[in-house]
Design a protein around this ligand. Structure first.
Ligand code: ZN
Length: 259
């Protein structure tokens, strides 16, 4: 049985004009299991140019993968270095928002929430890995093990960070709609992911060293251009571009709701 549910249309623009354009070996990925296919197939949408995998994992396959956690995704991993990386992320937000509730979607090792708390924000975490959520609750930080699309907090957030999250979602538009619902009207959205429009991405491609084609947990390869268009279509306005220090070739964009 195929562990992936195949996309019949483009997951961003719903065009049927999609075709397979690339395959990649994913057997060296640390979360690879022999029950999964050894090859990932990437599609391109001829209507909007989006690049995505041929399908997303079933709940069962997803659970298999989530049974295992990368070392760097464990709460408190590499806390001293990650604090510095997170501080530079918080600094980007400060020009637009200096206090309030900070929701981090997919908080992983927790470094961004710990650092936002240091700066005076009230941290709230969301993650799909139950052990991370339990540990965060145990140290007194509000956290939920829930899907972004389903969560309700009873208050609007002043900042929502989605660091390396949208490319993991089968339908990123659902994630953006949920963020719009949870964010205050003058709130800030901080989004990071690899930038397939960057020269670095092209260099990684031509040297056959691009890790993202075999990245089991990703369903999408965005470039800055396609991301900006998607944000605009969903009521958001990117206000500041930057590079991300979290992972290779990544961008980090500060976004506001359109007035
Ligand atoms: Zn499309």
């Amino acid at each position: 049985m195929n562990p992936r549910i195949l996309y019949e249309v483009c997951p961003l623009c719903s065009s049927k004009a999609i075709a397979a354009t690339k395959t990649a070996d994913c057997t060296r990925h640390p979360l690879y299991r022999t029950e999964l296919p050894p090859v990932m197939t990437w599609m391109t949408c001829n209507a909007c140019g989006h690049v995505f995998t041929d399908g997303y994992f079933t709940a069962q396959a997803q659970a298999e993968i989530f049974n295992h956690t990368h070392e760097h995704q464990k709460l408190g991993a590499d806390i001293e270095k990650q604090r510095l990386v997170a501080a530079r992320m918080v600094d980007k937000v400060l020009a637009y928002k200096r206090e309030g509730t900070w929701l981090d979607v997919g908080f992983g090792n927790g470094s961004l929430l710990f650092t936002a708390q240091e700066y005076g924000f009230t941290p709230v975490g969301l993650d799909l890995r139950p052990e991370n959520v339990e540990m965060l609750n145990a140290i007194g930080i509000e956290a939920y093990c829930a899907d972004l699309a389903q969560v309700s907090l009873g208050k609007k957030c002043d900042v929502i960070s989605m660091a390396d999250v949208l490319e993991h979602m089968p339908y990123p538009v659902q994630g953006l709609k949920a963020a719009a619902r949870l964010l205050s009207d003058d709130g800030v959205l901080l989004i990071s992911m690899p930038n397939a429009d960057s020269m670095l991405w092209r260099v990684l491609d031509v040297t056959n060293a691009n890790p993202y084609w075999g990245e089991l947990e990703h369903y999408h390869n965005f470039g800055r251009k396609r991301l900006y268009a998607l944000l605009n279509q969903n009521g958001f306005e990117p206000v500041q571009y930057g590079v991300s220090e979290r992972y290779r070739a990544c961008m980090e964009v500060v976004v506001k709701k359109k007035a």
